[in-house]
Design a protein around this ligand. Structure first.
Ligand code: AP5
Ligand code: MG
Length: 215
């Protein structure tokens, strides 16, 4: 059983580490950002609403996120745990998540707070490429795919995310500092947060995460 949250600014490596965590621990990866992008791709009403906020680097309103995330947690594949990536992102979302979990006799085992400095975040995000099909993240310099423009994992095409331009990236980081960083204190009070240095090699970051979770 592993119930965990990946916390950290845009570009910290949440999605990258998530792929490694789910391979090792066999829990589902629940990324609210990925769910919104899937809805945008499919042209749903939710996608249309979310896109307005995401394109500006703002948070999607809490009421559009909370039901979405908690109903995903009720699916059968979450019975033995889950990895939340990008949710919760406001103190209100965290409170609602806690209410939901305690109503289901559940709780978060550990919150993984991945820290990386701002300059590095900007370099990472503006050079990021993501797989159209499986969502895996690459970087033109730091984490290049074996074959340019093609995903190592599934062979699909790599593209740039709509919100990875410099202006939107800068706003996303500001929004993170104002609205999501207070969650560090929130979980600090709960006593179940582990601080991970996200600045090293992928494997070093992953080793810190495994150390925090336990084998
Ligand atoms: P979301 O999709 O969650 O994006 P984010 O939080 O901005 O984070 P990213 O996905 O950009 O970064 P990451 O930490 O996953 O980094 P990655 O591993 O890709 O959210 C998008 C939007 O959706 C939000 O702005 C908001 O509008 C909305 N939204 C989502 N959830 C919401 C919620 N709960 N409430 C309200 N709104 C919500 O890595 C980044 C790059 O760095 C890659 O190129 C990668 O290859 C490279 N890299 C990774 N690790 C390393 C390393 N160790 N060394 C060198 N390079 C590295
Ligand atoms: Mg991500």
């Amino acid at each position: 059983m592993l119930r965990t949250i990946l916390l950290g600014p845009p570009g910290a490596g949440k999605g990258t580490q998530a792929k490694m965590i789910i391979d090792k621990y066999g829990v589902p990866h629940i990324s609210t950002g990925d769910i919104f992008r899937e809805n945008i791709k499919n042209g749903t009403e939710l996608g249309k609403k979310a896109k307005e906020y995401m394109d500006k680097g703002e948070l999607v309103p809490d009421d559009l996120v909370i039901d979405l995330a908690t109903s995903r947690l009720l699916e059968k594949d979450c019975e033995n745990g889950f990895l939340l990536d990008g949710f919760p992102r406001t103190v209100y979302q965290a409170e609602k998540l806690d209410e939901f979990l305690s109503a289901h006799d559940s709780k978060i085992d550990v919150v993984l707070d991945i820290a990386v400095d701002k300059e590095e975040l900007i370099t990472r995000l503006t050079g990021r490429r993501v797989c159209k099909a499986c969502g895996a993240s690459y970087h033109v310099v730091n984490v290049p795919p074996k074959k340019e423009g093609i995903c190592d994992r599934c062979g699909a095409e790599l593209v740039q995310r709509a919100d990875d331009n410099l202006e939107t990236v800068t706003n996303r980081i500001d929004v993170y500092e104002a609205q999501t960083m207070p969650l560090i204190d929130y979980y600090e009070k709960n006593g179940n947060i582990a601080h991970i240095n996200g600045a090293g090699e992928l494997s070093d970051v992953f080793a810190e995460i495994v150390n925090a979770i336990g084998e």
